[in-house]
Design a protein around this ligand. Sequence first.
Ligand SMILES: C[S@@+](CC[C@H](N)C(=O)[O-])C[C@H]1O[C@@H](n2cnc3c(N)ncnc32)[C@H](O)[C@@H]1O
Length: 233
Amino acid sequence: MASFPGAASDPLSIRRLYGRRQGPALKPNARRLVDEWLPRLAIPSEGPLSAVRLFGDERPLALEIGFGKGEHLAFQAARRPDWGFLGAEPYLNGVAGLLARIEAAGLANLRIHRGDALEVLERLAPGSLVAVYLLHPDPWPKARHAKRRFINPGPVKLLARAMAPGAELRIATDHPVFLRHTLAVMQHEPDFAWTAEGPEDWREVPADWPDTRFALKARRLGHDVWRLLYRRR
Ligand SMILES: C[S@@+](CC[C@H](N)C(=O)[O-])C[C@H]1O[C@@H](n2cnc3c(N)ncnc32)[C@H](O)[C@@H]1O
């Protein structure tokens, strides 16, 4: 995750993207997907971002931060062909995974940023996102790495700016340190309301919120998976 040296609350201060950008060499088909499809679907690297610039019309936008291999993002994009879906993921092998799904399903409503989600958030038109998905972000469990967690006051301010009133922020984690940290940070964020009313709200799995690769792995290991749903006020 990005870190904000000295001040986790300043998202625009110098930052570094932690984690992998590249894994094992791409297999030939993944290479072809990246070479053919990524240039067509890449989010422009400079300038303001809006639905009109990205999709040519005023459709609602949704963003997945760290989409991994893209299962969840492709699922959401197939469910809502009238929305525009943006995915940010620095890991090239993950991007290739999403591209394979886009090609196989013929999805026409996705754009990709191979990099830090903050670079997209800070350029999006205010109030343009109706949904944001942050599913099993890197938990950075050590206290000295707390500023690297995506949920921190700086990134949350950028989220609030880019999200429309009533927009959903879905967060999933299987890490108790990240869970506690997120609850503590979000409690002090006046722009977001936590929608849970009782324990069943934590455990119930909405039909449109499938488990991701990391959620399934956590369940296989016998870990709890927590889902938090916040609404932009
Ligand atoms: C633990 S994995 C979870 C992947 C997927 N969401 C899932 O649940 O299976 C976290 C992902 O976040 C990505 N990531 C880390 N920092 C990021 C950032 N600042 N912006 C976008 N993606 C990021 C990593 O590359 C990694 O793929």
